[in-house]
Design a binder for this molecule. Structure first.
Ligand code: FE
Length: 204
């Protein structure tokens, strides 16, 4: 075979190979972008998952607070209800994370009942160095007169003001008719059993 024809064929094959590799790479980039969008459902909701700098509203304590709760992040103790993992961060008004912030959670079980003799679904914890907390619990049920909610007390440090408040579920049917409900305290669901909420609290 003529050498020139052979060189021509080799150059042609290298060009075709180059175009093929380029198209493959492009396809890969597009797929990665699509996956990132799918893995980030928070973009589809109006509930904030970032620090707003606005301190959370204080809400009523209600009749069922018990002091001296155990320190723990998993408060379920076998309580009936759909499991819920709630995570997030605690920030000050400048959106600086607060390490060692104290949070005391208490709530009704999935059937709307509080444990008023023991500590089931009650527990306090401290945020880690990055201001993060994690709560293993169940989705609270309704009880007469109230939309589902999770009670909490939160404080940046021993010398900081104590805030008492409540968290709510998105799209709970009782939200609109509950006079205590506040939409700024809705947790952002990130799946059936996981949610996030960002606390902004005063430090002094
Ligand atoms: Fe309550």
């Amino acid at each position: 075979m003529n050498n020139k024809i052979l060189i021509g064929i080799v150059i042609f094959l290298i060009l075709v190979g180059g175009v093929y590799l380029f198209l493959q790479q492009n396809q890969l980039t597009q797929n990665t972008t699509k996956q990132t969008e799918q893995n980030n459902p928070s973009q589809q909701t109006s509930i904030s998952t970032e620090c707003t700098g606005e301190v959370i509203p204080s809400l009523t304590e209600g009749p069922y607070y018990t002091e001296n709760t155990p320190q723990r992040t998993d408060i379920k103790d076998g309580a009936p209800g759909e499991p819920l993992t709630l995570t997030g961060f605690v920030y000050d008004e400048n959106c600086k994370p607060i390490a060692n912030a104290w949070i005391d959670f208490w709530q009704a079980d999935g059937e709307g009942n509080y444990d008023n003799s023991g500590y089931r679904l009650r527990g306090h914890q401290y945020t880690d160095a990055s201001g993060k907390y994690i709560l293993q619990t169940v989705i609270p049920g309704e009880y007469p007169g109230r939309t589902p909610h999770i009670h909490l007390k939160i404080r940046a440090s021993d010398n900081s003001p104590l805030t008492t408040s409540q968290l709510f579920l998105p799209e709970a049917s009782g939200n609109e008719s509950d006079s205590i409900f506040d939409e700024r305290l809705i947790i952002a669901m990130q799946g059936k059993n996981t949610a996030t909420y960002i606390f902004v609290i005063p430090t002094k």
